[in-house]
Design a protein around this ligand. Structure first.
Ligand code: GTP
Ligand code: MG
Length: 306
């Protein structure tokens, strides 16, 4: 699957200005790597949501280089930072392509707190699967709002894929079960399940999601094959916290980091790779159907520093 580098470039432009642009201007004001420059760099990294742990590591590594290699000249700082950030992102166990699957049906459950971009990302994912020659059914398991079902149906029509729904207020797990059954009987390749971000009843969201997961496994023993959490890049460390909570409850296989185009703090990608075991699989780069990229650490670093 080929993704558009231009889209990634455009989507990262705010982060690039805020992070790499500011690093370059700080470096240009200091001929030597001294404490003052290191402090400025630290502040820039923190303010771009790189996270305290990753920032400290990067700065320590820079100090080591200065000591051991007698690297005093600030001209190499940008390259050194790029290498350190690459090293953190490479620890992210990214697979070649999400879309190279040959299991039928392949079941993807998408979860996340309200407004993070689950439904939009599902539309984009369904579109990409279709582009890869896979047939798709999407399941409206956010049954708690009529508008949620309609919003997903609009995406299904736009994509041109199958759609399984029930009436508002219906049991969400049984919608998921029906969708997996429908995929099996119609020979559909991929099932993508949309879920609620907030319930309008006293039911606990995590319990509801666990029930969907259990019922899906009942319909297809190996499923769900993927449980993706949508987190909003503009919410920074809050998103990191959400990963911990959802991973504990459900066992996540990956993240969709949405709205990267809308933030100057895309350094959150680095904090996630540093602090969490769950890899970023996709980044959302806009509101349109094609505005989704399969995350590649290499492309990310190149576009940021390029
Ligand atoms: N700029 C930008 N906007 C996005 C992106 N992804 C989603 N959005 C917008 O974010 C808003 C919320 O998206 P939804 O897909 O409805 O989020 P949700 O998680 O399904 O929300 P609930 O169903 O209410 O829990 C919408 O206005 C989307 O257009 C993205 O990658 N970039
Ligand atoms: Mg939704």
């Amino acid at each position: 699957m080929k993704f558009s580098i231009k889209r990634l470039r455009d989507g990262l432009s705010k982060t690039k200005d805020n992070l790499v642009g500011r690093i370059k201007s700080a470096v240009s004001l200091h001929a030597k790597i001294d404490d003052e420059l290191l402090e400025e760099l630290e502040e820039i990294l923190i303010k771009s949501d790189v996270g305290i742990g990753a920032t400290e590591r990067v700065i320590e590594e820079l100090k080591e280089r200065v000591k051991s290699e007698k690297e005093k000249d600030s001209a190499r700082v940008v390259d050194l930072l790029k290498n350190e950030i690459s090293a953190i992102l490479r620890s992210d166990n990214h697979r070649e392509s999400f879309f190279d699957i040959n299991l039928n049906p392949y079941v993807v459950l998408v979860v996340g707190v309200n407004g993070t971009g689950k439904t939009t990302s599902i539309g984009k994912l369904a579109h990409t699967f279709k582009q890869n020659g896979k047939s798709v059914v999407i399941a409206a398991c956010d049954t708690f709002r009529a508008a949620a079902i309609e919003q997903l149906e609009i995406w299904a029509n736009r994509v041109g894929c199958d759609f399984v729904r029930s009436t508002p207020g219906a049991d969400s797990a049984s919608v998921a079960f029906d969708a997996v059954q429908a995929a099996k009987s119609r020979g559909i390749d991929v099932v993508i399940i949309d879920t609620a971000g907030r319930l309008h009843t006293k039911v606990n969201l995590m319990e509801e999601l666990k029930k969907i997961k259990r019922v899906v496994t009942k319909a297809e023993p190996e499923a769900p094959h993927e449980i993706l959490l949508a987190i909003d890049a503009t919410t920074g460390q809050n998103g990191v916290q959400q990963v911990k909570v959802f991973d504990e409850a459900l066992g996540l296989t990956g993240l969709i980091l949405t709205k990267l185009d809308g933030t100057a703090k895309g350094g959150i990608v680095i904090a996630i790779a540093d602090e969490l075991k769950v890899p970023v699989r996709f980044v959302g780069l806009g509101e349109k159907i094609e505005d989704l990229d399969e995350f590649s650490p290499g492309d990310f670093v190149e576009e940021l520093f390029g």
